[in-house]
Design a protein around this ligand. Structure first.
Ligand code: GLA
Length: 370
């Protein structure tokens, strides 16, 4: 951020930040009115900003600047990485909030394209910056909603609301338990080091893309299954009713969502009761199997990583995020962090795959002043 003055010729009015996330459990449940349990990472997107005559966005990761007018920018005007910024400005305007033009400098260490919600972190950092600079309240859930609106209706990615809510509500040492129907959140203590445990994140480096068709197809299947079951959303369906669905594909998709909601609630119940976190391991693994066998969103890179983690001693392992690549998380003994990561690296090397990148997830605070 030291760069801002060198680039724009005056100091920034402030620096704001928002984190990436991993989801502990509750995958593809957020657009089915269900439950999710993400945590905000200690990897963040930083946005330095100062009022200007028109908006210019520069990023340490991109060669070209993006330029637009806050008062008029509309969907289609800005594409690519700059659309996450322009989308938030547009969403503010659409909601009747004031906007202003800014010089912006974006930096950060959330890996892009790894399923860790770098896009939501950028949207949320811009949202808190814009709210503060326009003198409007920084209310977490309304700002998360605006950030999601940017993603859905400006960028054009049909996601649910988990990522933006995690980026806004995250807290150090806590999981964010979110009921996506009521938008109620509860922070659940998640102090793994106190139990001699760690949450290992393995970035499989398998290509991952949300704007492509598969995510939208899963959404449509879920909506169709809910319609056939006569319920407002799959959150309201029972497993018994789902098992009666005649269409096999819809039955499998719905079964994943219904059983995943149950698993989230069971994990929350166990953690709230202060049980040993090792007890949730099998639920994480069951979530992976459900995503692999019923929801059909895993790929060989993530299946191999999850299997190898378990064989190397993890208590549970699952893909996290939208799917078709991205990251695997594994609940491991602190002493096993390195050996488990090395086992996955060895398995990848054997197959001639690009080396994975492993790190430990540290539950961290949500968006705000950096
Ligand atoms: C992506 C979306 C989220 C959610 C997950 C799957 O991360 O952005 O809204 O649907 O996939 O759980």
């Amino acid at each position: 951020m030291i760069e801002f003055e060198g680039i724009y010729g005056r100091p920034a009015a402030g620096v704001w930040a928002a984190p990436g996330r991993v989801n502990l459990i509750g995958e593809h449940t957020d657009y089915n009115d269900g439950f999710v349990l993400p945590l905000a990472l200690d990897r963040r997107t930083l946005v330095a900003a100062a009022p200007a005559d028109r908006t210019t966005v520069r990023s340490s990761r991109e060669a070209e600047a993006v330029v637009f007018e806050a008062a008029t920018v509309a969907p289609g005007d800005v594409t690519g990485w700059g659309s996450y910024v322009a989308g938030v400005v547009w969403a503010f305007r659409e909601a009747g909030r004031p906007v202003l033009d800014l010089d912006l400098l974006v930096e950060g260490d959330v890996p892009v394209g790894a399923g860790l919600s770098s896009s939501a972190s950028l949207e949320c950092a811009v949202a808190v910056a814009l709210a503060e600079l326009t003198g409007t309240p920084v209310e977490r859930t309304p700002l998360a909603r605006l950030a999601r609106r940017a993603e859905n209706d400006f960028v054009g990615a049909p996601t649910g609301g988990m990522d933006q809510m995690a980026a806004m509500h995250g807290a150090a040492g806590r999981l964010v338990f979110l009921d996506t129907r009521t938008e109620e959140t509860e922070l659940i203590p998640f102090d793994l080091p106190a139990h001699g445990l760690a949450l290992l994140v393995v970035d499989t480096r398998a290509p991952h893309q949300l704007v492509d068709g598969q995510y939208g197809e899963r959404r449509r299947d879920c909506a169709e299954a809910a319609a056939r079951l006569g319920v407002p959303a799959l959150r309201d369906a029972t497993l018994a009713a789902v098992e009666e669905l005649a269409d096999e594909r819809l039955r499998r998709r719905a079964r994943h969502v219904v059983t995943e909601d149950e698993r989230v609630l069971e994990v929350v119940g166990r953690l709230r009761a202060g049980e040993d976190p090792r007890e949730i391991g099998p639920l994480l693994t069951a979530s992976h199997e459900s995503m692999r066998d019923d929801f059909a969103i895993t790929v060989p890179h993530v299946d191999v990583a999850a299997e190898v983690c378990l064989r190397a001693g993890a208590h549970g392992a699952r893909m996290t995020g939208g799917g078709f690549g991205g990251c695997v998380i594994a609940l491991v003994e602190t002493d096993d962090v390195d050996p488990v990561g090395e086992a996955v690296a060895a398995a990848y090397a054997e197959r001639g795959w690009e080396a994975p990148v492993a790190f430990t997830a540290v539950p961290s605070d949500g968006a705000g002043r950096a």
